[in-house]
Design a protein around this ligand. Structure first.
Ligand code: GDG
Length: 506
């Protein structure tokens, strides 16, 4: 296959832009600045960068080269749209990605569905992404494939272009083998990922789950964080993702945000204490557990709705999927009940927002919140927890954080909780509401040190440096363990890995 001209190619399910069609039919693109875009920007600028992804639109030409598929340049990046038909969106994206892999990889909180036609669409779309990427990448280029929607791309790409340096990063957890083994196509998924030189995960435990799956399903021996397959070294380890901490810190400090913080607090009935939850409306985020704990505290009389309010931002997500619609109904029923039982006129006990907020408003909400509640039942990282910390230059506020998030490995000064343990969650909410300023500041200082030093740019450069050293035959960069808990987890994982390798477990 003939090489393309780009030395660095990012491959992600979505392009970092949205296609906007004006009433007169003209098409333009609006950039959607997310964390990934920010992280890639310097790398894209330094290298000759291209981004391969779906535009978010459907293309009824069957996905094989309609008009919308022409690459174009936007904001200094070469964008390569991969077309998807509406059937493919249903089967590859809503089906296999979000109906099979998402629940399976999040500890089966919801039941995954296994359908052979969804799998077939996943294979076909992954092949199209691999083809598009192979056509863009220059000889010896670095390709970085993102996330669970594209797990087959590394091997499909290597088959076409063995000259490439290929990295993969999984933004969501990788499940224990006992759960992963349910996947009828588990071997094919592992083979797909093993096409990469470096497979990155949020937590060390995710990397070790993957290595164990390779031992069990593919009989590969792993040592430390590496294994050898087809005469190649493959490394699997943790690269905890982060946010653009500096820009969040700066946004939270602006006069405009300060002004808005005062307004928000006033509108919420200052000096009422403010509890905050911000999540995509997803069953992994533990919104119902949070509402249950808060509702019980109100019912017990432990929290007075005159003194306290819970603000819950639940951003619309995957609304075409039936289980997400059902979850929305459940959440809204619960919010309605709590407000019916405990609210007064103009003073709801839960202030619920089911629409997306501008970034500036998010910063103001973070700054206005006395307590941030992150109660995910399973979460790859959870960026909201890091954004809250980055916004608190005043060193106030308390983070209650689920131990089942990747962030819990790093943010050990938060109040860590098992969100299934409703009594403990209630105790910690009360502890957070009562925490003195001195202790808030002590904890927040430590949290801020971690989040400000480990930002998303560092995440990207550590991943790419590790990929480079690995493929140059040098010694790969060690991931710096964070705080005590992470170090312990790392040691335990390493010990388990060593045992696994010694026994050559199958
Ligand atoms: C996946 C993994 C991993 C939310 N509502 C609004 C809004 N947001 C922004 C938040 C945050 C982002 O969306 C959500 O990121 P999370 O990390 O919390 O969760 P997922 O969407 O599930 O992301 C996760 C992540 O990938 C990265 O690897 O951490 O574990 O599941 O940035 O601020 N932003 C604005 N308005 C909203 O209403 N502006």
């Amino acid at each position: 296959m003939r090489a393309g001209e780009y030395d660095f190619v990012v491959v992600a399910n979505r392009l970092p832009v949205d296609r906007v069609v004006a009433p007169d039919g003209s098409v333009s693109w609006r950039t959607s600045p997310g964390g990934l875009v920010t992280a890639m920007e310097p790398v894209m600028r330094a290298a000759d960068g291209a981004w391969v992804g779906w535009s978010g639109d459907t293309d009824e030409t069957g996905g094989e080269g309609g008009d919308t598929a022409a690459p174009f340049d936007e904001g200094g990046v070469h964008l390569v749209p991969v077309p998807l038909s509406s059937a493919e969106v249903e089967e590859y994206y809503e089906g296999f990605s979000n109906g099979t892999l998402w629940p399976l990889y999040h500890d089966v909180i919801a039941a995954p569905e296994f359908h052979r036609d969804w799998w077939d669409a996943y294979v076909a779309v992954n092949r199209r992404f691999a083809q598009a990427t192979a056509a863009q990448a220059a000889e010896g280029a670095t390709v970085w494939v993102q996330d669970y929607q594209l797990q087959l791309v590394p091997a499909m790409l290597r088959e076409r272009r063995p000259d490439l340096r290929i990295g993969f990063f999984n933004h969501i957890p990788f499940p224990p083998y006992e759960l992963f083994a349910q996947l009828p196509w588990r071997g094919q998924v592992l083979d797909g990922l093993l096409g990469a030189d470096l497979v990155g995960f949020q937590r060390m435990s995710d990397a070790n789950n993957f290595l164990r799956a390779c031992r069990r399903a593919r009989g590969l021996a792993s040592r430390r964080q590496e294994l050898v397959t087809g005469g190649r070294r493959v490394r699997a380890t943790a690269f905890p993702i982060s946010i653009d901490s500096g820009s969040f810190d700066a946004l939270a400090r602006t006069e405009r945000t300060e002004g808005r913080v005062a307004e928000v607090r006033f509108e919420l009935g200052a000096p009422r204490k403010v509890l905050l939850g911000v999540d995509r409306l997803d069953y992994t985020k533990g919104i119902t557990h949070r509402l249950k704990a808060y509702g019980e505290l109100l019912a017990d009389g432990a929290v007075d709705p005159e003194d306290t309010v819970l603000v819950q931002v639940a951003t619309p997500s995957r609304e075409r999927v039936a289980s997400y619609r059902a979850l929305r109904d459940e959440i809204e029923l619960t919010v309605g009940r709590i407000n019916g039982d405990h609210g007064t006129i103009g003073r709801p006990a839960v202030q619920y927002l089911h629409h997306s907020q501008p970034r500036e408003e998010m910063a103001a909400l973070y700054r206005a919140a006395d307590v941030m509640l992150v109660t995910a039942l399973r979460d790859g990282m959870n960026l909201v927890a890091k954004e809250y910390v980055a916004s608190r230059h005043d060193e106030r506020g308390v983070l209650v954080l689920s131990e089942f998030t990747g962030a819990a490995d790093e943010l050990t000064q938060a109040l860590l909780v098992n969100p299934h343990d409703i009594n403990r969650l209630k105790e910690l909410i009360l502890q957070a509401l009562a925490m003195g300023e001195k202790e808030q500041a002590r904890r927040m200082r430590a949290l801020r040190r971690r989040v400000l030093e480990h930002d998303v740019t560092r995440w990207a450069s550590e991943f790419l440096r590790s990929l480079e050293q690995l493929t140059d035959g040098g010694s790969p960069v060690a991931v710096e363990p964070a705080a005590g808990a992470e170090r312990t987890a790392l040691a335990a994982d390493r010990a388990a890995d060593a045992v696994g390798a010694a026994e050559l477990v199958r």
